[in-house]
Design a protein around this ligand. Structure first.
Ligand SMILES: CC(C)(COP(=O)(O)OP(=O)(O)OC[C@H]1O[C@@H](n2cnc3c(N)ncnc32)[C@H](O)[C@@H]1OP(=O)(O)O)[C@@H](O)C(=O)NCCC(=O)NCCS
Length: 289
């Protein structure tokens, strides 16, 4: 048998095929890397799935709300977790809060993108202080453009009556020292107030002063008959604020949420009703005269 042609074919294959293969491999690699270069940055998801913690909180709020009111809900219970979270703010509440609230020592100013740098610096300087109690602080620090986008959203929410977020500033030098928000997410006739201060601003009664002013503004609106503050039962400094302002402890939700580190925890609900607030003010006026 003549093996010469087979030998020649084998030599040809050894000489030609590897370079062809390697060229193909290079071409494929080039295509992949080009595809990577041309890949668009991922757009933010317009309907992000709510973190489980928020869903749990929402459910607890609704269960509490179902137990404590006879009024019909403004919206039916939603089917999915996503729509539940989307429905969190109570819609169509006719509420109005001023762009600026001036108290004895402070100015509450509606959130604005121009304060992004200042807010970022304040948050970063207080990470440990905030992370002890506030889950959002675990995701900080955020890039400046993210902080800006968040502030733009807060401003839109304010203008559209979704929620009212303020930066807390000292009257003396206009320095940002914290934040406070009014959130219509506890049913059709109530709002919740949330707050934080920089560590070095604590111990002066600033948070109490701010919450007092916003409680007053909320309870003077016909649509509102109660204001609530929700907090971790271990957050003694936070609990001091509703206590000082005459709120009552109306419920403790058991294991309804988690700490910023993910451990299960309860939520205390403190509430001030308009009737009690009016009576307290009337009594105060009577005593003073
Ligand atoms: C919650 C938080 C805002 C409370 O701060 P705070 O400084 O204790 O609250 P206030 O600003 O109302 O100050 C009250 C303190 O100032 C004192 N004080 C001084 N002058 C005062 C005044 N004119 N009026 C009232 N209190 C005054 C009070 O005695 C009190 O101190 P005390 O607790 O030692 O008795 C703050 O600890 C914080 O930001 N924590 C991290 C975020 C957080 O937990 N947010 C709440 C989530 S629910």
């Amino acid at each position: 048998m003549d093996l010469w042609p087979a030998y020649q074919a084998a030599c040809l294959a050894i000489a030609v095929i590897p370079p062809v293969l390697s060229t193909d491999v290079l071409a494929v690699l080039a295509l992949v890397s080009e595809a990577k270069v041309n890949q668009k940055p991922r757009e933010p998801d317009p309907n992000p799935r709510p973190p489980a913690i928020r869903v749990a909180r929402w459910q607890a709020r609704n269960e509490y709300f179902e137990r404590t009111t006879q009024r019909p809900r403004t919206a039916p219970i939603a089917e999915t977790e996503e729509t539940k979270w989307a429905r969190l703010p109570t819609p169509d509440m006719d509420l109005h809060f001023p762009y600026e609230v001036v108290t004895t020592r402070l100015i509450l100013a509606r959130r604005h993108a121009s304060e992004a740098l200042e807010l970022k610096a304040l948050t970063e300087a207080n990470l440990d202080h905030l992370r002890a109690w506030m889950a959002w602080a675990m995701d900080e620090p955020s890039p400046l453009d993210v902080v800006e986008a968040r502030l733009v959203q807060f401003e839109k929410d304010f203008n559209n009556g979704v929620q009212w977020a303020y930066g807390i500033r000292l009257k003396t030098d206009h320095r940002l020292i914290g934040a406070v928000g009014v959130h219509p997410r506890i049913g059709p006739t109530g709002v919740e107030i949330g707050y934080w201060l920089a560590a070095n601003a604590c111990g002066n009664g600033f948070a109490t002063e701010v919450v007092k002013a916003l409680t007053h503004l909320a309870l003077h609106q016909p649509a509102i008959d109660h204001v609530q503050i929700w907090c971790d039962p271990n957050n003694i400094r936070s609990i001091g604020i509703p206590k000082r302002l005459g709120y009552s402890h109306v419920a403790t939700l058991v294991n309804d949420t988690v700490t910023p580190l993910g451990a299960p925890r309860d939520t205390m609900i403190w509430q001030l009703n308009r009737a009690d607030y009016d009576n307290a003010r009337r009594n105060q006026i009577c005593t003073n005269t």
